[in-house]
Design a protein around this ligand. Sequence first.
Ligand code: CA
Length: 501
Amino acid sequence: MKRIVALVLCLCWWGWNGSPAAQPPPVHPNILFIMSDDHAAHAISAYGSRVNQTPHLDRLGREGVRLENCFAVNAICTPSRAAILTGKYSHINGVPVFNRFDGSQWTVAKALQAAGYHTGVIGKWHLQSDPTGFDYWNILVGQGLYFDPVFIEMGERKKHSGYATELITDFALEFLEQRPTDRPFFLMLHHKAPHRAWQPHPKYAHQFDAVDLPEPETFNDDYATRADAARAAIMRVSRDLTRNDLKLSPPPGLKGEALAAWRRGTDSELEVVTDGYTNRLTGAALKKWKYQRYLKDYLACIASVDESVGRVLDYLDQTGLVTNTIVIYTSDQGFFLGDHDWFDKRFMYEESIRMPFLIRYPPELPAGRVIEPMVLNVDFAPLFLDFAGVPVPAEVQGRSFRPLLSGLPPADWRRSWYYRYYHYPNEHGVEPHYGVRTERYKLIYFHRLEQWELFDLLTDPHELRNVYSDPQNARLVADLQAELTRLRQELGDRNQYADLK
Ligand code: CA
């Protein structure tokens, strides 16, 4: 019934806008899911980026729907991928850190394959076990390399010449070209970029040479008022970027482990060429230089991802697939772009948990709509099944947000959600934590430290003022703690991985 109402409203919408009467959406649309790795929403111009332009991603946003509040429930690569495949939280799908994914469990790919979809995954996989539920797979080994990477194609290793982002795009277009045309397809096109160590294609490597990128408002965050976790984290632009990250040249003659150790080194003083002169930089000047060096490479990697999206959209145009294909662009989680003096992710802070999410499907979704309600990565699997007309198994924890996309948010849509990060100590030393986010507030508990943080996202969107200990917030804290407990019980988090190292 809801579907019929949505369809009628959709047809009315087209009618009101004077467009030709839309065809009813096809029953089994193709699903093209494009996901990059560590691409923060604030490095997409459709999301108001201050540092780069992404014309092809912007086109997707212009022609489709943009989610303003899409979040990862555990903001790190492998766990987010497992959450997307299973529609379940880390403590249920067995991947709280970089665990091996148990491919015998239910996944959305298996469900779509069983429903007659031709399924494929190409590019970054990073779940250790071989993909299951895919008719075709061609994945990078582990994190994969930017240049001349080795892929595993249906179990067979093969080294390819070229740049990872371009190769992944080539393989995806081949998949589309060679697919059986009597069945719908589900393709997961997963880029490695713009993951560390941010190695751009030569054609974009100097794109930002003449640019002085603006620094984020929180660049000089001193972590005052915060839990000890912020100070303890090892991901500062000013201190923790390695010589490898900064693309510094090693002394001649270094080889093997000695070279690797040199590359891992960090510097509090550097001699670099700025404005045509060699200068010795320290302190604030060096921090600024490192920020520019880091972010320019990161953004140049994104230029290739944007170009890839353009190639794929052109292919859909040329082949007429545009009318019956759902196209999605997202990233496995966000990233700190010098925000709080950090690179990397992991924390429950906004820059890290926020995923870009653009979706285009002309028969059903209006162009240019922006959606505010909170959507999670565990909702993706139910969304795909909803569009494919496949029932969602009861044990799936996410919920389809198709009604939101159609402008009909259910009255009981979530007003709060649960986050949990486990991976400690790892090289970044981010304290494990869990918490609850509502539309306005965020409560975080660093359980090893037994320290809390509370942020009012309305008055403090950059999360600089922890107001947990403010006496006037006592009632608010109690309410949020009760909600946190309720969510943990509802989701079955019984500290299954509390002692994880
Ligand atoms: Ca990632």
